[in-house]
Design a protein. Structure first.
Length: 420
């Protein structure tokens, strides 16, 4: 067994049932290069590393880091809830927001989602999460409740003497007719090299609307694995934007099942590869009911010696007539030493559908550069302007205030990376 799995197994303190989950995962081990889902993401270096469990008491965090993150919010530092910085005031009746640890301590039914099993050997980190998760978020909105103020979830990583691992499990449940906005902030303080392994469950009932933004900006040495599993009922809408701006190795698997007629998904994102970063994103969208719709707009940038990996999978199942599915993945390759791997896939088992998918990898448009240069802009400024415009396109689906907030964060990351 690898040093990584040995160290994670040493942190186990759960029930017998969860021990079975852990033992099964340890038996199968880490996926290798012959495993299709991990073909472009090697775990060879990670498997030699060891991580300790995060202490029960979180370290201090500079309050200034939260200046532009208003309440209501939950704040986690190195995997643990920070009560002093969390603030759930202002939530209306019918909106429940609590840390998973509170639900577990009270023996609430809301923690039953922890029992979900992952059986495939390539789902190694979701399986480890099922055995080791002891913290996260439970967020539930009752029937018909519509809350316009976004809920803020903050996950901060602070440098420590030892490398630590934490495993979060989150449930986001909107019941019939509910509407909510969520912003996830994955932030760094110092040059931490921790491991963040999280699984998020999203359940949207009939006519529910969720607007969900996520900014991943971990340190240049951090490792981040996130899996999101979403299920949409009839007429539900899920609008999501992901900004992958940090971490040495980051991998996000977004799986969405459109199980109700007329369900709608918008999932956009920006993948920023700089330095020696490895950015891996995998989409698995399943159209199961009739007249469902998905719009997927992803932009990737690879500079220096980074690698950006994108897999966009759409499966239109038998009986899902009337589906309209569109995937666009365009990428900028800004360095001869960088690499981009894009795999758009489309499987259609139904009739009377509209579907399109495509991917491109190239450099900045020479004509656009010439036009800006002819108007007096220096070469570097012209390149920066075009790169920023390219990356901002996926943010257009967000409300104005949220688009501006994420746009500022994206601009800072582009400047810090020397891209803009």
């Amino acid at each position: 067994m690898s040093a990584l799995l040995d160290s994670l197994a040493a942190t186990f303190s759960g029930s017998a049932a969860r021990r079975e989950v852990l033992d099964a995962a340890l038996h199968d081990g880490l996926p290798g290069p012959r495993t299709e889902a991990w073909k472009y993401t090697s775990l060879r270096q990670l498997e030699r590393r060891s991580f300790s469990a995060a202490p029960a008491v979180p370290p201090a965090l500079d309050v200034a880091l939260l200046d532009d993150i208003p309440a209501p919010r939950l704040v986690f530092v190195n995997g643990r809830l920070h009560d002093g910085l969390s603030d759930t005031h202002g939530l209306p009746a019918g909106v429940v927001l609590k840390p998973l640890s509170t639900a577990l301590a009270a023996g609430e039914d809301s923690a039953r989602f922890l029992a979900r099993r992952y059986e495939r050997s390539d789902e190694i980190f979701a399986r480890l999460n099922g055995a080791l998760a002891d913290e996260g978020v439970v967020l539930r909105v009752d029937d018909g409740v519509q809350f316009d103020v976004p809920v803020q979830l903050v996950f901060a990583s602070v440098a420590a003497d030892t490398d630590m691992a934490w495993h979060h499990r989150t449930l986001i449940e909107l019941r019939a007719g509910a509407q909510l906005g969520i912003v996830e902030h994955h932030l760094q303080v110092g040059d931490s090299a921790h491991l963040d392994n999280s699984v998020v469950h999203v359940h949207l009932a009939q006519d529910a609307v969720l607007k969900h933004a996520r900014v991943q900006a971990g340190s240049a040495r951090q490792t981040s694995f996130l899996r999101t599993d979403a299920v949409l009922a009839r007429d539900a809408q899920y609008h999501r934007v992901d900004l992958e701006l940090g971490a040495a190795l980051s991998r996000h698997e977004l799986n969405v099942r459109l199980e109700g007629n007329n369900a709608h998904l918008t999932a956009n994102g920006v993948l920023l590869g700089t330095g020696r970063r490895h950015v891996d994103t995998r989409l698995g969208i399943e159209h199961i009911a009739r007249d469902t719709n998905c719009e997927l707009l992803w932009r990737g940038v690879a500079a220096n010696r980074s690698r950006v990996v994108f897999h966009g999978g759409i499966h239109i199942r038998e009986g899902a007539d009337g589906t309209d599915a569109n995937l666009s993945n365009k990428n900028l390759l800004l360095s001869a030493d960088a690499e981009i791997d894009s795999q758009p896939t489309l499987v259609i088992d139904a009739e009377e559908v509209k579907a399109a998918h495509g991917a491109t990898v190239g450099q900045l448009d020479a004509n656009a550069l010439f036009y800006l240069r002819s108007r007096g802009l220096p070469a570097e400024e012209a390149k920066a302007l075009l790169s920023a415009a390219f990356c901002h396109e996926p943010l257009k689906v967000l409300p104005d205030a949220l688009r501006e907030q994420l746009g500022r964060r994206l601009d800072r990351a582009l400047v810090e990376a020397g891209v803009a």
